[in-house]
Design a protein around this ligand. Structure first.
Ligand SMILES: CC(C)C[C@H](N)C(=O)N1CCC[C@H]1C(=O)O
Length: 706
């Protein structure tokens, strides 16, 4: 088929269908992924560890299956058919997920919970497997198929296409990560109303069907390169033969060959050998690249955890810690056009030849700078964190539940006067110190509160207090009842239960924002409202003197056990900016580079090689997080930044020796010679070989201009 099909502004019309397909597919993938862990935890009722492991296994699988899709496309079905077939598999997987999340299917007793959990687990696992096969399988094909739509001389347009392609990835993911959590939060069901996971998976399934339909609609306009036989098998056999032949001729009596693949010349086509050399050259260059993704992927883990220790109030807007991750796609949508239309042309105007490999090197350095920023933010956060007792220390707080002032004398501390309903600050006491009388027992490494009763001679009560920041930016809240009657405390999201006289409740986790507590004692009630930030802990004391009425705002004492997060989440923006600017330079360029440097019959395979670096990067995060247990988080960030700088240095040396090629030109030379008559052919073949050898010994073949 002719590549010169309908064009708009010099761009093939067919790419419109490809980018819309990518937008819908990424919406489908990232939308489903956004609610997956919650589905495992709250619908399938798995514990955190199992949910996290299955989630990461799924993500890793999604970046491993591209190899399979690429082999099928380049060797057998061609990219077009592979995309169609695997998209169908993908859509079936998404539908299976949506069906698996309908609780009514097995809820025979109609209590709102599935009665046959095995059915839901099996169906969702089958669904996830099909999705991983589909999303991974089509990913290298769609990018390469888009690249195929351009003629050889359209380098500039093809580069723009890869930028727009990246914009679609991030536009789709941004929209879906906002929408699917909202869908999940809705209530739905036939017999009973439950959180609507089926809708949260159903909409991504619908979008995948839209992606498929859009792709099929464009069918008549595509340029469809035919696969050239089982190329991957030929490649493996050719490499195997070259290695064997080299080994057979290892003695010095045989003249050396310029490249070890030249040992396959006795049996294999010179064109195939040339193509394998092109692929190996690029794959070799990819070896250091996973380190970039190792840093990049920590946005979703370490950086989100960092955000949980920060303050997310942006005026009236409240940003939850995990929502900070959307800064990445938002910045992609702004930085890609800026880079393409301002920064790169400006660099070009300054006479600098900003080649793809130079861009990727700068991208890596920017990612390292992002981690230095993360370390600086961490140092600021650490300054505001409470000091918890060491393993040889205890911290004690005193709460006077009585109505009269008491004076407490502690060994090694000045006498302390506590008025009625007053809570002291933390007092550090060395446990095991001979002066400490055994009237109260202090636990090592613990924070405790001593509740001094109404009548001082009554039994004194010790509570165990929280010794770490509450998870996920929540606030840990508890109540101490100083009244002579039991009190029930509740809020819409939690019930503290009935608190007996002179007793206390367990901690409950509460989200940020204004909360109104309702206190009940018999038929009497009153309300108490307060505002919570992120990551604080409070003990609320209900005094014996409390009078129930419309509100009990003035009577309740709040003791701050842990201060709310004070370092603002906006401080994470510089690190997000640098990692995203790095991503634009590294990833958008890498995508185009992988296409332009691949031989025509292995375009999808090199795209899969590129995606494989993402998968390896993910694995390194898991390994390094386990091994490098540094005591300080900021030190771990600095370690990662240094590792990336070291890797970047190695990569820049490798890049320096890389010669850009024009695979189409090389292939054309080889093919042309095959068609000439014998004598001429021999002469031309020698000429091509000289030309080709020059390429692999470092001669510049393709003058790259940004
Ligand atoms: C994590 C973001 C939602 C998406 C990210 N900016 C991105 O575009 N990618 C991360 C891995 C490669 C690429 C993708 O294809 O999704």
């Amino acid at each position: 088929m002719n590549k010169k099909s309908s064009r708009v502004c010099g761009y093939p019309l067919s790419i419109f269908f490809i980018v819309v397909n990518e937008f819908c597919e990424r919406f489908s993938y990232y939308g489903m992924r956004a609610v997956l862990v919650l589905y495992f935890k709250y619908f399938l009722r798995w514990d955190d560890d199992l949910a996290t492991s299955i989630y990461h296994t799924f993500v890793a699988l999604c970046y491993l299956t591209p190899i399979l899709g690429a082999i099928v496309a380049d060797s057998w079905l061609g990219k077009f058919k592979t995309i169609i077939y695997l998209s169908i598999v993908y859509a079936i997987g998404q539908v299976a997920m949506a069906v698996s999340a309908i609780h009514d299917i097995t809820d025979t007793d109609r209590d709102g919970t599935p009665d046959n959990m095995t059915f839901h687990v099996v169906l969702s696992m089958v669904g996830l497997f099909l999705i991983a096969l589909g999303t991974g399988g089509i990913k290298p094909c769609v990018a390469a198929f888009g690249g195929d739509q351009f003629s050889d001389h359209q380098d500039r347009q093809r580069r723009t296409f890869f930028s727009v392609f990246y914009l679609c990835i991030n536009g789709g993911s941004l929209l879906s990560t906002i929408i699917t959590p909202i869908l999940r939060a809705q209530d739905c069901g036939i017999h009973s109303q439950q959180k609507c996971y089926s809708l949260a998976f159903g909409v991504p399934a619908a979008l995948m069907l839209v992606a498929l339909v859009v792709f099929i609609v464009g069918s008549g306009m595509y340029y469809k390169a035919e696969p050239q036989g089982n190329i991957m098998l030929d490649v493996c056999k050719c490499i195997g033969f070259a290695i064997k032949n080299r080994y057979r001729h290892r003695s010095n009596q045989y003249p050396k060959r310029q490249h070890w693949m030249d040992w396959a010349e006795e049996k294999y086509d010179k064109l195939l050998i040339a193509q394998i050399k092109m692929v190996l050259k690029v794959l070799f260059l990819y070896i250091p690249l996973p380190m970039f993704w190792t840093l990049f992927d920590q946005k979703g883990s370490r950086w989100t955890l960092q955000a949980t220790t920060m303050n997310g109030y942006f005026g009236s807007l409240v940003i939850q810690p995990d929502q900070m991750q959307t800064v990445n796609p938002i910045l992609i949508l702004t930085l890609v056009p800026i880079m393409d239309s301002v920064i790169y042309p400006l660099i070009n105007k300054c006479g600098l030849n900003f080649t793809p490999l130079k861009r990727m090197t700068v991208g890596m350095l920017l990612a390292a700078i992002a981690f230095v920023c993360a370390a600086l933010v961490q140092i600021e956060i650490d300054k505001t964190l409470p000091t918890f007792p060491s393993t040889s220390q205890s911290q004690l707080k005193l709460l006077n539940m009585g109505s009269e002032t008491v004076t407490i004398k502690m060994p090694g501390n000045d006498p302390l006067n506590l008025t009625a309903a007053q809570v002291s600050g933390q007092i550090n006491i060395s446990v095991g110190h001979p002066e400490v009388r055994n009237t109260i027992s202090l636990a090592k490494g613990q924070r405790q509160t001593l509740l001094i009763p109404l009548t001082i001679t009554d039994e004194w009560l010790m509570t165990d207090d929280i010794t770490s920041k509450p998870q996920e930016g929540n606030n840990a809240i508890r109540f101490v009842n100083g009244m002579k009657t039991a009190v029930n405390v509740s809020i819409p999201a939690a019930n503290f239960g009935l608190i007996e006289p002179f007793s206390y409740s367990n901690y409950s986790l509460i989200k940020n924002g204004k909360v109104t507590f309702t206190l009940w004692s018999g038929s009497q009630s009153c309300e108490y409202s307060t505002d919570f930030g992120f990551g604080s802990s409070y003990t609320f004391f209900i005094p014996s003197t409390l009078v129930f009425g419309p509100n009990c705002q003035e009577s309740i004492t709040a003791a701050e056990d842990i201060k709310p997060n004070s370092v603002h989440m906006a401080l994470q923006i510089p690190q997000y900016f640098f990692i995203t600017a790095g991503e634009v330079m590294f990833s958008v360029t890498g995508l185009e580079f992988s296409y332009s440097q691949a031989p025509s019959n292995m375009k999808a395979v090199l795209q899969a090689g590129w995606l494989f670096t993402v998968a390896i990067g993910n694995f390194i995060v898991l390994i390094v997080a386990e091994l490098a247990k540094l005591p300080k988080q900021w030190a771990e960030y600095v370690l990662f930044a240094s590792l990336l700088v070291a890797v970047c240095f190695i990569f820049s040396i490798m890049a320096y020796f890389y010669t850009y090629i024009d695979p189409a030109e090389i292939e054309a030379q080889f093919k042309k010679n095959v068609n000439e008559d014998d004598e001429d052919n021999k002469h031309k073949l020698q000429k091509t070989e000289r030309f080709y050898r020059k390429l692999f010994s470092g001669g510049t073949l393709k003058q790259y201009t940004a």
